[in-house]
Design a protein. Structure first.
Length: 252
């Protein structure tokens, strides 16, 4: 694989597949419960799990649709998905290695497209959204789930800084206003948005990405020096644990 932004992300995440499979944040949550409800009536659908990571969308969706394609740039993630699907007897899950910005699928290939906690890693968000629109059938169901950055510049800057220190493959957590504009520009019609708050245990948060100790120390120093507005919005705790905003966008 050549040295490109996508290959950097794939290399960076290669050793972390099992961490994301077992991650409490990724393997459960009300957003996955909502997804199950959204899939009622889609028993004959073909679903794309875009940026599948540890495959938790695929595992939840598999019993509710006809087939699932789990797509990710990292081969070890896809290997983990296939092993786990076999262990759970989920025979309708296939995998495909690709970036969100350039997918090897024909136009109108999927009835449902879901991407969860992936968009903030895409090198070109708008290209990825255009590809998502291209491969989704007209009128198909699209579900975009991700961390959402606060609108105020101060809070946004602090979040992006902590995220990048924790994970060098981080690109950007987008504001709600940026999500709305980007989805509209890509040709999606937003049918609904569910905002949530996601508490994170600091030790788990940095362990999952295997953040080097020196960077963990910098994050903790910044947290301790954070202004009151930052500490209050993110509900920062003495041990570094904090709370993020997330959103589930339902579109077609």
């Amino acid at each position: 694989m050549t040295d490109t932004p996508s290959s950097f992300a794939a290399t960076h995440y290669a050793p972390r597949a099992q961490d994301y499979l077992g991650s409490e944040v990724h393997r459960q949550g009300p957003d996955l419960d909502q997804l199950e409800q959204l899939l009622d009536g889609y028993a004959h659908a073909r679903l794309l799990d875009l940026g599948c990571g540890g495959g938790h969308v695929s595992y939840r969706a598999s019993p509710r649709v006809a087939s699932v394609v789990a797509c990710d740039v990292t081969p070890s993630m896809l290997d983990t998905v296939m092993r786990t699907a076999a262990d759970r007897h989920l025979a309708n899950i296939a995998v495909e290695q690709a970036t969100a910005e350039r997918m090897p699928f024909a136009d109108d290939s999927f009835d449902v497209l879901v991407t969860r906690y992936s968009t903030h890693h895409w090198q070109d968000r708008d290209a990825g959204l255009r590809e998502a629109r291209r491969v989704l059938k007209p009128g198909g169901l699209a579900v975009f789930i991700d961390v959402v950055s606060p609108e105020p510049a101060l809070l946004d800057s602090w979040l992006q800084t902590l995220e990048l220190l924790r994970d060098v493959s981080h690109v950007r957590n987008y504001r709600a206003s940026e999500w709305t504009a980007a989805l509209g520009t890509a040709g999606f019609n937003i049918a609904g948005c569910t905002a949530r708050r996601l508490p994170l245990r600091f030790a788990d948060w940095v362990a999952r990405t295997r953040t080097p100790a020196e960077q963990v120390a910098v994050i903790r120093t910044l947290q301790e020096a954070a202004p009151r507005e930052v500490r209050e919005h993110f509900l920062m705790q003495a041990d570094g644990s904090f709370t993020l905003d997330t959103a589930t966008y339902v579109a077609n």
